[in-house]
Design a protein around this ligand. Structure first.
Ligand code: SF4
Ligand code: SF4
Length: 436
């Protein structure tokens, strides 16, 4: 199969377009009310002007390409101190804007190819992927532990390899293996059952989407699981009637929608299959009047935008042939694929919800701090950063923070504990399940 994952060398032209202006330090919004706020978790923790944020990382990329920098442990450490949140990308307005996270990941791919990356603490992920097909060192049989309550209640969840269904619920490794967020798949399946949907799961046959491997620069491992998944999805469509794949994980969603599309055969393999995030799927149901809330939740809530269902799904318009401006110029962006309004509209539709908005939202959202391998590699920093986001939520008067990503959920929970706050974390599906 032919992948179009760019190497650092292939990105050389765009790497030289950063002017080191530093505009990517701050998120702006002209309002009303106008505001500005820090946007780079790496810059906040390690100093924006100390080469740890995007302009410094891009300078590192030049140094590698020029042969002026050689791998040292400190240098490798520096390129992994980034949540790949894309916050910097959203602020920059120069022609390399569409490629900024790609440049950071291409450096990581080079580090892995040269045998120096990822960081020792992150290597456990690569080993786990190879041994268990998931990043959590979880034995395959544990993947279905969350389904036990359904079995007990005599409402077992269908194994789609044994019984056909039009909907595959692709659970994701975090929901399946990470105990504090197991409520997520439970709530999702509970909603689907309440709505009478004909769905199934892959159970022990589900494997990781590859998102973590890709973020860490392990392109070979990513390709292995992505190709396997795409073949499974095609087989499910051709032989088991699957038309829709729903995932409640922001990382899986981003990987399948965006990373997998770097494969030449992507369109063919997913022909006839819709990939959709649970929030989007349920919102369509709600709009069609097929899902009605019957219970009230008198909660004061705020919403955290995950990077993977937000900024990472921005599409950029580039002047490919120079007919509009100049060849390779950045012309504009579209946020049409970003899940910004839908989760907020769903939340506000739940009776009793008192919704409070934080300042940094949408494409200016402040990353929880857990992405890009940071939660595994730099857990203390990840939780510290999450504490900053929790404080921002507390400042709105909210008592619950809602998200649509199990990774954010876990890390924000760690942040809440770290600052000893009473902020409780929930996934949107948990609230929907409670209100149905
Ligand atoms: S990435 Fe863009 S905004 Fe940031 S320093 Fe470079 S040119 Fe400026
Ligand atoms: S991707 Fe996020 S953490 Fe990394 S340099 Fe950009 S803003 Fe900072």
């Amino acid at each position: 199969m032919k992948w179009n994952i760019p190497s650092l060398e292939e990105l050389e032209d765009v790497i030289w377009k950063c002017t080191a202006c530093g505009n990517c330090k701050t998120a702006y919004d002209f309002g009303p009310p106008p505001f500005y706020g820090e946007i780079c978790p790496a810059g906040v923790e390690y100093g924006f002007d100390g080469n740890m944020a995007s302009k410094g990382k891009i300078a590192f990329a030049r140094g590698i390409l020029d042969g002026e920098l050689e791998w040292t442990q400190d240098f490798v450490d520096a390129i992994y101190k980034c949540t790949v949140c894309g916050g910097c990308q959203n602020q920059c307005e120069l022609d390399h804007k569409p490629f900024i996270p790609e440049i950071i990941e291409a450096m990581r791919r080079k580090a892995v190819a040269d045998g120096v990356g990822p960081m020792p603490t992150q290597k456990v992920i690569a080993q786990s992927m190879r041994s268990f097909d998931n990043p959590y060192q979880g034995p395959r049989r544990v993947r279905t532990d969350w389904t036990r309550p359904f079995k007990k209640a005599k409402n077992p969840i269908k194994n789609i390899m044994k019984k056909d269904a039009p909907i595959l619920y692709y659970v994701g490794c975090t929901g399946a293996f990470n105990l504090p967020v197991r409520n997520l798949p439970v709530a999702t399946a509970s909603i689907f059952q309440k709505l009478g949907l004909d769905f199934g799961i892959l159970g022990e046959n589900e494997i990781c989407c590859g998102s973590t491997a890709m973020r860490l620069g392990d392109a070979e491992e990513f390709k292995r699981v992505a190709e396997t998944n795409l073949k499974i999805f095609k087989d499910l469509h051709d032989n088991h009637g699957v038309e829709t794949i729903i995932t409640s994980c922001a990382g899986c969603y981003r990987a399948i929608k965006k990373d997998y599309s770097l494969l030449d055969e992507y369109e063919d393999l997913l022909d006839g299959i819709q990939i959709i995030h649970t929030t989007d799927f349920l919102f369509n149901y709600f709009k069609e009047g097929k899902m009605k809330f019957t219970k009230e939740l008198p909660w004061k809530v705020t919403y955290h935008d995950p990077c993977h269902t937000g900024r990472h799904l921005i599409s950029f318009d580039i002047d490919e042939d120079g007919s509009k401006q100049w060849k390779g110029s950045y012309l504009g962006k579209s946020e049409d694929n970003c899940l910004y309004d839908i989760p907020r509209e769903m939340l506000k539709a739940i009776p009793g919800i008192d919704f409070r908005e934080m300042e940094r939202i949408g494409s200016n959202s402040y990353c929880c701090g857990g992405g890009g391998g940071v939660m595994t590699g730099y857990g203390d920093w990840a939780a510290k950063n999450a504490g900053l986001r929790i404080q921002e939520g507390l400042d709105t008067g909210a008592e619950q923070m809602i998200s649509i990503c199990p990774f954010c959920h876990y890390n924000l929970n760690e942040g809440s504990k770290r600052i000893q706050s009473n902020m409780k974390l929930y996934d949107l599906v948990e609230l929907i399940d409670m209100a149905l």
